[in-house]
Design a protein around this ligand. Structure first.
Ligand SMILES: Cc1cc2nc3c(=O)[nH]c(=O)nc-3n(C[C@H](O)[C@H](O)[C@H](O)COP(=O)(O)OP(=O)(O)OC[C@H]3O[C@@H](n4cnc5c(N)ncnc54)[C@H](O)[C@@H]3O)c2cc1C
Length: 537
C-alpha cells in the first residue's frame, strides 16, 4: 500500500499528537501511526481493571504547557485538571505526619510540627526556586542553540540566556548548583528536619537512577516545580478521567484538524534515500510516503531500530550509543475496596469511603534521606531496594469518575527497581521472576503505615522497568526517554549538534521527550518540533 502525506508522525504519545495538531493547523496532511491499540503513549487511561480508569503510566500533571491548551482549545475537548489540596501527605514511623500544599499557612503550621526554623525558611526556599524558574522556564519553549555549528540566531539565543542568568545576581551560583549539582546538599543547607527533606527529595530522584547525594538530582527536583495547575505555580493535579483525558482531548482536536490517526500500526522502518527521508514501512509491510517524518519514539528506537546504522554519520551513531537510559522506576496500579487508613492520621469513620486530606495528594512513604540513599545502594549493585521508596496517589479521592462507586484506585510509583539486574551466584535473574515478590515487598511496607491496605486490594497491575519497555517501547524502561542529567539536557539532548529537533537525515525530526526539554507530560518538545518543521531546512 502506498499513501502520500505531507508529514508522518511515528507514535501517538502526547508530544506526537501535539506536533500533528500544530502541523495540521497550517493545512498539512498528517498521518499519525501508533503501535499500541490506543493513543497517549505514557500519558494514557486504560481500563486495566473492569470499571476503573487507570492512568497506566504517568499519573499527575503540572508541566503541560498552557499555551498548547489555549491554542488547541483542549478544554472544549474535555481536558480538565483537578487541583489537589493538600498536595502531599507523608506519614512517619513515629506516628507523626506532614501535609504540604498550595496553602502557605497550612505549610507553616505543618512544618512547624518538626522545625519552626524550617517553617520560616520554606517560603524563602520556594521563592529561590521561583527566581531560578523565571530564568529557566523560557528555555523550555525554545529550540536549544547549536554549539557545534552555531549560526547567528544560536549566538543571539546564548547571549539572551547569559543576560537572563546575569539578572540573578548573587543567586547565580545557587542557580548553577540547581542545574548541575546534587539535591541533598541544597536541602541540607535550607532545612534541618529529615521529614521535610525526605518529602522534598523524592521529587529529585523520580525516574532517575541516582540518589539525592548525586550530581544532577537537583535539576530533576527543579524540573518538577516548573509547572502549574490552573494558574498556580508548582501545583500538581489529576486530569479528570485519568491522564488519558489529556491525550484523548488532543486526539479529538487532531481529528477535527483532519489528522489521520491509526492505532495498531507498528512502524518497523524509516525509509530514506540519498540522505533524505521518504516515508515509513510498517511491520505488516504497508508503506506510507512523506517528505517529513517526525519520530515520537526515543532516540535509541528511532536511530538504531528503525534505521540502518549505515544511514547515519558514524559520529552521530556513536553519540546515540552513548545516551544513558539507566532506570529504576516501577509502577503498581491497584484497585481498592476501601481507602487506606493510616496509623498516623486515622480516618474519622472506618467506612473506608470518605477521603480525607491524607488521601488527596501524593503519599510519600520515605522516613528520611538516608533511607533513599540506602535504597539506591541496592540498585547500584543491581538489586531491587530492600526498603523501596513509595510515592502513592489515590486519584479517586479527588476524581470519583475513575473508580466504581465506593471503590478506589491507587497508583504506586516505586524506586529503586533497576532495569539492569545482577543475578546471584553467577545466575542471571529477570524481572519476570522478581515482579511479584518485589510488589509484595512494597505492599508489606505500605501496610506498616496503613494496616487495612493489603486486605483492601481487589486487583493489581505491576509494571517493572522491563514491562515499561515492552509496553511503551521505552528503552531500558527509562520513563523520560533518556536520563535527565545535564550532559543529556538542553543543547545536548538528544546529542550535541542535533538539539533543534533535526537529525542527520533530511526531513527526519524527533518530536518527543527524547528531545529538549525532555521527559514529563509537557508537550513542549512536540510544539517546538512542529515550529522547526514548519520553518523547514
Ligand atoms: C511509569 C511512568 C510514570 C510517569 N509519571 C509521570 C507523571 O506523573 N507526570 C509526568 O508529567 N510525567 C510522568 N512520566 C513521564 C511522562 O509520562 C513521559 O515523559 C511522557 O508521557 C512522554 O511523552 P512522549 O509523547 O514524549 O512519548 P511517549 O509517551 O513515550 O510516546 C511515544 C509513543 O510512540 C509509540 N511508538 C514507539 N515506537 C513506535 C513504533 N515503532 N511505531 C509506532 N509507534 C511507536 C509508543 O507506543 C508511544 O505511544 C511518567 C512516565 C512513566 C513511564
Amino acid at each position: 500500500m502506498h499513501s502520500s502525506f505531507d508529514a508522518i508522525i511515528i507514535g501517538a504519545g502526547h508530544n506526537g499528537l501535539v506536533t500533528a495538531c500544530y502541523l495540521a493547523r497550517e493545512g498539512w496532511k498528517v498521518l499519525v501511526l501508533e503501535r499500541r491499540y490506543i493513543v497517549g503513549g505514557a500519558c494514557v487511561t486504560e481500563e486495566v481493571f473492569p470499571g476503573f480508569k487507570v492512568s497506566t503510566a504517568a499519573y499527575v500533571n503540572s508541566l503541560f504547557r498552557k499555551e498548547i491548551v489555549a491554542d488547541l482549545r483542549l478544554r472544549d475537548y474535555g481536558y480538565e485538571v483537578l487541583e489537589r489540596n493538600p498536595s502531599s501527605f507523608s506519614p512517619f514511623p513515629d506516628g507523626r505526619y506532614l501535609l504540604l500544599g498550595p496553602d502557605a499557612d497550612l505549610n507553616h503550621r505543618e512544618i512547624s510540627k518538626f522545625s519552626r526554623k524550617d517553617a520560616d525558611n520554606y517560603p524563602r526556599y520556594e521563592a529561590m526556586l521561583e527566581r531560578v524558574a523565571a530564568v529557566i522556564e523560557p528555555t523550555l519553549t525554545m529550540s536549544p542553540p547549536n554549539l557545534q555549528r552555531p549560526r547567528l540566531g544560536d549566538l543571539w539565543n546564548l547571549f539572551q540566556l547569559g543576560r537572563a542568568f546575569r539578572r540573578l545576581g548573587p543567586a547565580m551560583s545557587e542557580a548553577t548548583e540547581i542545574l548541575t549539582g546534587a539535591a541533598r546538599p541544597i536541602l541540607d543547607r535550607w532545612f534541618e528536619s529529615e521529614q521535610l527533606k525526605a518529602t522534598l527529595a523524592t521529587d529529585a530522584v523520580i525516574g532517575a537512577m541516582a540518589a539525592p547525594s548525586m550530581p544532577g538530582t537537583a535539576y530533576v527536583l527543579f524540573h518538577h516545580v516548573m509547572g502549574e495547575t490552573n494558574g498556580k505555580r508548582g501545583v500538581w493535579g489529576y486530569v479528570r478521567g485519568g491522564m488519558g483525558g489529556l491525550t484523548q482531548a488532543l486526539a479529538k482536536a487532531a481529528k477535527d484538524l483532519s489528522v489521520d490517526i491509526r492505532c495498531n500500526a507498528d512502524v518497523s522502518q524509516i525509509l530514506a534515500n540519498g540522505g533524505a527521508v521518504r516515508g515509513v514501512a510498517l511491520a505488516n509491510g504497508d508503506e506510507y510516503q512523506a517528505p517529513v517524518v517526525a519520530s515520537n519514539a526515543d532516540a535509541c528506537v528511532t536511530f538504531t531500530k528503525l534505521l540502518d546504522a549505515g544511514q547515519l554519520p558514524p559520529e552521530f551513531a556513536a553519540a546515540v550509543e552513548r545516551i544513558n537510559y539507566d532506570s529504576a522506576s516501577l509502577k503498581i496500579n491497584v484497585a481498592l475496596a476501601e481507602l487506606p487508613n493510616f496509623r498516623a492520621c486515622p480516618m474519622a469513620t472506618d467506612s473506608g469511603q470518605f477521603a480525607g486530606q491524607q488521601h488527596r495528594g501524593t503519599i510519600h512513604i520515605c522516613p528520611d534521606l538516608d533511607t533513599i540513599e540506602r535504597a539506591f545502594d541496592d540498585a547500584k549493585y543491581g538489586r531491587p531496594s530492600q526498603q523501596p521508596i513509595l510515592e502513592c496517589t489515590i486519584p479517586s479521592a479527588v476524581d470519583p469518575t475513575v473508580a466504581p462507586p465506593g471503590k478506589h484506585l491507587m497508583s504506586m510509583f516505586i524506586q529503586y527497581a533497576p532495569y539492569k539486574l545482577r543475578g546471584e551466584n553467577g545466575k542471571a535473574v529477570s524481572w519476570d521472576q522478581l515482579r511479584d515478590g518485589f510488589a509484595d515487598r512494597c505492599f508489606d511496607l505500605l501496610n506498616e503505615y496503613a494496616p487495612n491496605f493489603k486486605g483492601s486490594v481487589l486487583d493489581r497491575q505491576v509494571l517493572t522497568p522491563l514491562d515499561l519497555e515492552r509496553t511503551f517501547n521505552l528503552t531500558g524502561g527509562n520513563i523520560f526517554q533518556g536520563s535527565m542529567s545535564l550532559h543529556q539536557l538542553f543543547f545536548n539532548r538528544p546529542v550535541p549538534g542535533y538539539a533543534n529537533y533535526r537529525t542527520p537525515i533530511r526531513g527526519l525530526y524527533l518530536c518527543g521527550s527524547a528531545a529538549h526539554p525532555g521527559g514529563g507530560v509537557m508537550g513542549a518538545a512536540g510544539r517546538n518540533a512542529a515550529r522547526e518543521i514548519l520553518r523547514k531546512g
